[in-house]
Design a protein around this ligand. Structure first.
Ligand code: SRM
Ligand code: SF4
Length: 564
């Protein structure tokens, strides 16, 4: 018997194309919150209601309502930000948010701690800076990510153009955003703004698209619902391999949920990209599970129906068969720090930002330093899926000036960092994330020196090891693709997962369940010792663990259970 649609489906259906009662809720002075139903619709506008979890218990004791505030996420295709936009975003962080900007693992900005009253002016200011928060969250195609590096100019510029087009073409059409946030004229009577792709109930769940240009897999293309691998031959963009069904989210103890790598199912030429992407989204709209949100991502549609069945249906809808996949090779999924010269003689400086958090912290004055850079920079900024920033398109003559600002604000720490620090990602988690079970971003600064000490003991300080921390199994830092990963279980306790590769093509496995810091370090010490002694030339840590059979992980879909 088929189950009835989830309550979220009712909220979308009754939401009048994402309007609900958001506008009225914002005007209600009695509470800092909005209603639960509206909170769900608000996500489509790029915002989440949150409360400060550090204060939750104290406020409960004082019989006060939780310290509500809102997280806001921009939709920035390929993570490109102009200096003028940067200055506006920075100003908003200081005026309306918690004084920080947060670069996410999908190359955009988040602001945290905005109170209800300030949400509207913040969104309006983002809009006037020619950016948007619309469809940054919610059951829609999210911000399309792509390789942000403008290095090999022709193909990279084209890839950026395709990612931007995809992002625009697959955006919702509703005028609700204009009405609620920008004082746009409400439509008379029932809204008629039709959503040709999304209808009235949008998608069963979020849908993520990422575009990578080999040999760099810096977007983690196999973690996307739809991953596009650009095929560039002799400097010319020939088309894209199409991978579907990637995703990270899982639930502890529920084996029906799992991280999965996307499956490559064919190749399309650029002219067929948009129609193919749209057909895949539409197929998931029609076939995705609308009863169980836990099973509503494309990865489950594929595993329940079978990849062949999904592919055949896609080709039927398209009216043509996908061409066979073309050969490609990735060499890594991290960023390349420091200065790199582009083909056109322009320079690009990648700076490493711990957990993507731009704040002024002691000698590292990230927020101020980048504001100063934005004031003098003549090119643009590019946010990366590894939570870093590229000061891009710098004329050679301006390098020295940029370097001086970078140095004066302590933004060049990456030059002295250990290999593991350079490759660490951590999700936001506490205190803002309502789903966090353990610390992540706030734990990373305490954990890293301990790991570094251990690595140094074995002469491994420079070893480039991918470390990923998530405060819960939802996997926002893509932890299942970490050579070492910690996935939060409870306060101070994590699942230790090991053995993904350095190219984002192999999932890791659970090695120790629910361990504390001492347990993590104890488990890693003997493995580092063996790695130092037995590694083959150029062999990465994850590959080493696989070779010596500490973990065995060849499958595209990995259960959450422990391996031993
Ligand atoms: Fe995420 C939910 C933060 C990238 C999988 N994610 C959340 C929420 C909104 C919590 C919530 O639902 O209440 C987090 C807000 C925390 C906060 O206070 O800011 C949150 N996710 C993030 C960010 C900010 C992490 C970061 O440190 O950078 C990333 C924002 C990306 C963006 O700009 O759009 C972020 N989230 C990801 C990724 C990585 C990716 O997409 O490359 C994943 C894994 C890939 C995937 O989707 O499978 C991811 N987030 C989730 C999930 C699990 C989804 C699932 O299929 O089960 C949730 C929970 C949910 O949706 O119910 C979630
Ligand atoms: Fe929150 Fe979990 Fe995502 Fe971390 S992984 S930001 S704790 S939902």
């Amino acid at each position: 018997m088929t189950k009835p649609p989830s309550d979220f489906e009712r909220i979308k259906a009754q939401g009048r194309q994402l309007r609900g009662g958001i506008a009225e809720g914002l005007r209600d002075p009695v509470t800092g919150a909005i209603s639960e139903d509206d909170n769900k619709l608000l996500k489509f506008h790029g915002s989440y209601q949150q409360d400060d979890r550090d204060l939750r218990e104290e406020r409960r004791k004082q019989k006060l309502e939780p310290a509500y505030s809102f997280m806001l996420r921009a939709r920035l295709p390929s993570g490109v930000v102009t200096p003028a936009q940067w200055l506006v975003f920075d100003q908003l962080a200081r005026e309306y948010a918690n004084g920080t900007l947060r670069i996410t693992t999908r190359q955009t900005f988040q602001w945290h701690g905005i109170i209800k009253h300030d949400l509207k002016p913040t969104i309006a200011a983002i809009h006037h800076a020619l950016a948007t928060t619309m469809a940054a969250c919610g059951d829609v195609v999210r911000n399309v990510v792509s390789t942000p590096h403008p290095l090999e100019s022709a193909a990279h510029a084209l890839a950026y153009a395709w990612a931007t087009r995809l992002s625009e073409e697959l955006s919702p059409r509703t005028r609700a955003y204009h009405e609620i946030w920008l004082d746009g004229e409400p439509l008379v009577g029932e809204p008629k703004d039709e959503e040709p792709l999304y209808g009235t109930t949008y998608l069963p769940r979020k849908f993520k698209i990422g575009l990578a240009i080999p040999p760099l897999n810096d977007v983690d293309v196999f973690a996307q619902d739809l991953g596009l691998i650009a095929i560039v031959e002799h400097g010319e963009l020939k088309g894209f391999n199409v991978a579907i069904g990637g995703g990270m989210g899982a639930t502890h103890g529920d084996s029906t949920t799992y991280p999965r790598l996307g499956s490559v199912m064919g190749f399309v030429v650029p002219e067929r990209l948009l129609m193919t992407a749209e057909a895949i989204v539409a197929l998931q709209r029609d076939w995705g599970n609308r009863s169980e949100r836990k099973h509503a991502r494309l990865k489950y549609t594929i595993d329940h129906r079978g990849l062949d069945v999904v592919k055949a249906e896609l080709e039927r809808r398209l009216g043509f068969a996908l061409a066979p996949e073309r050969p490609y090779q990735f060499d890594h999924n991290g960023d390349r720090y420091g200065w790199i010269e582009g083909d056109d003689g322009r320079w690009h400086l990648t700076l490493q930002i711990e957990s993507g958090r731009l704040a002024d912290q002691g000698a590292h004055r990230w927020l101020t330093g980048l504001r100063e850079l934005a004031r003098i920079h003549q090119g643009d900024f590019r946010l990366t899926c590894n939570q870093n920033v590229i000061v891009a398109n710098v004329p050679a003559a301006q390098r020295e000036r940029i370097d001086a600002v970078v140095h004066a604000h302590g933004l060049d720490a990456y030059r002295f960092d250990s290999g593991i620090r350079r490759h660490a990602l951590a999700c936001v988690a506490l205190p803002t994330c309502g789903l966090a079970m353990a610390e992540s971003e706030r734990y990373l600064p305490a954990l890293l020196p301990k790991l570094e000490n251990l690595l140094e003991t074995y002469g491994l300080r420079e070893a480039p090891i991918l470390l990923r921390l998530s405060g819960c199994p939802n996997g926002c830092s893509r932890p299942y693709l970490g050579e070492i990963a910690l996935v939060g279980r409870g306060p101070g306790r994590y699942d230790l997962r090991l053995g993904a590769d350095f190219r984002g093509q192999r999932l890791n496995r659970l090695y120790r369940e629910n361990v504390d810091e001492a347990g993590i370090l104890d488990a890693l010490a003997p493995l580092f010792a063996r790695y130092a002694k037995e590694q083959e030339s150029g062999e990465h840590f994850g590959d080493f663990l696989q070779r010596i059979h500490v973990i065995d992980s060849s499958s595209r879909q990995i259960p959450m259970e422990v391996v031993t």
